[in-house]
Write a protein that binds this ligand. Structure first.
Ligand code: IPM
Ligand code: MN
Length: 377
């Protein structure tokens, strides 16, 4: 027997292995790297407080790499991304790259290749955040949009005929498969049940005009609803949905909708919750690799100035930890963000009264506030 074995009692507790998550990071373009830097700082601090580890694998895909090498999403990168437990994305979009190239070739391609069929976008007004909606507060604005993320008008089915002539025809077809609609609707019902708030799921469509595509959505919605008798169902046309989101946002708990309508109504949602400085989202493949991002763009105007608001990226990071099963760390982050918000003059870039770095530091400082630690289960 070795000396070491002698001093160790035979029944000593085996060393516990630290929970470790492998996360790919795509800081991307514009202000993406600045907000991701702060997000990582906050997530690292939350991880050490909750006793788990994050390992980061950075990837430089984005506008700069495209301009240098013409590569958008090399297969080697895509294959790596399939292996990680989550992806943390800053922003995609470069002023010197024509619109559509990076969006389609990188962001939309990732969503489709990784089959991230849900785009989850919480619309939550935190206390002290200014909303443009008169007489509405945090109790009124707290819902989630479940946006279908791989089908609809985003598939890219269509084409031109007689392009450039007076007789030109352009077609763009919305692709809606029963399987694709059903998995999205089912996720939305599960999400409504899990949220356990008003237990109300609203289908947002346009059944009066899109009499094929949204007829399918409506039928699938009604079918799936049978398995969720505890969830109240509702329907709104997308135009009316925009109206109610402004007039009576408190009516919503969870909204499920197709890719295009989801894109549009979540920008409206971002505005009523205080703007792009705070709006976060997740591209989810509940059975695979999910990707988390602040939903604002790359903000070229503010790039490199250390004035962009990192809270949206920090909140997206919180969603990522929640998705990885680290809900206590996610709660810490949300609570810290809630503490920091009242200190900022505004959530808008350049008007916060603090730099990007300082806002990240403030969130880190509040992660260890006593009352959060005790409020955890
Ligand atoms: C979003 C964005 C993207 C979308 C663009 C950049 C392709 O607007 O994530 O909402 O339309 O989905
Ligand atoms: Mn959008």
């Amino acid at each position: 027997m070795t000396k070491l074995a002698k001093v160790r009692p035979p029944m000593s507790k085996p060393p516990t292995t630290t929970r470790t998550y492998r996360v790919a990071v795509i800081p991307g373009d514009g202000t993406g790297p600045e907000v991701i830097r702060e997000g990582r700082k906050v997530l690292e601090a939350a991880a050490s407080l909750e006793g788990f580890r994050l390992t980061w694998q950075p990837y430089d895909v984005g506008g700069e790499r495209y301009l240098k090498t013409k590569e958008i999403l090399p297969d080697t990168v895509l294959n790596d991304l399939r292996q990680v437990q989550a992806i943390y994305l800053g922003a995609i979009g470069h002023p010197d790259v024509a619109p559509g190239i990076l969006e389609r070739g990188l962001l939309l391609r990732l969503r489709v290749e990784l089959d991230q069929y849900i785009n989850l976008r919480p619309v939550k007004l935190y206390p002290g955040v200014a909303t443009p909606l008169k007489d509405k507060g945090p109790d009124d604005i707290d819902f989630v949009v479940v946006r279908e993320n791989t089908e609809g008008l985003y598939v890219g089915v269509g084409g031109f005929s007689r392009k450039g002539t007076a007789d030109e025809v352009a077609l763009q077809t919305s692709v809606n498969t029963r399987k694709g609609v059903e998995r999205c609707v089912r996720y939305a019902f599960e999400c409504t049940r899990k949220r356990n708030r008003r237990k109300k799921l609203t289908l947002c469509g346009k059944t009066n005009v899109l009499t094929y595509a949204h007829d399918l959505w409506q039928r699938v919605f009604n079918d799936v609803a049978k398995a969720y008798p505890d969830v109240t169902t509702d329907y709104t046309h997308v135009d009316a949905c925009c109206m109610w989101m402004v007039k009576n946002p408190e009516w919503f708990d969870v909204i499920v909708t197709d890719n295009m309508f989801g894109d549009i109504i979540t920008d409206l949602g971002a505005m009523i919750q205080g703007g792009m400085g705070i709006a976060a989202g997740g591209n989810l493949n509940p059975e695979g690799t999910s990707m988390f991002e602040p939903i604002g763009g790359s903000a070229p105007k503010y790039t490199g100035k250390n004035v962009i608001n990192p809270l949206a990226a920090i909140c997206a990071g919180g969603m990522m930890l929640d998705h990885l099963g680290e809900s206590r760390a996610a709660q810490r982050i949300e609570q810290a963000v809630i503490q920091v918000i009242p200190k900022l003059k505004s959530l808008a870039a350049g008007k916060m009264g603090y730099s990007t770095t300082e806002v990240g530091d403030l969130v880190v400082k509040h992660l260890s506030d006593k009352r959060h630690a005790t409020s955890d289960k």
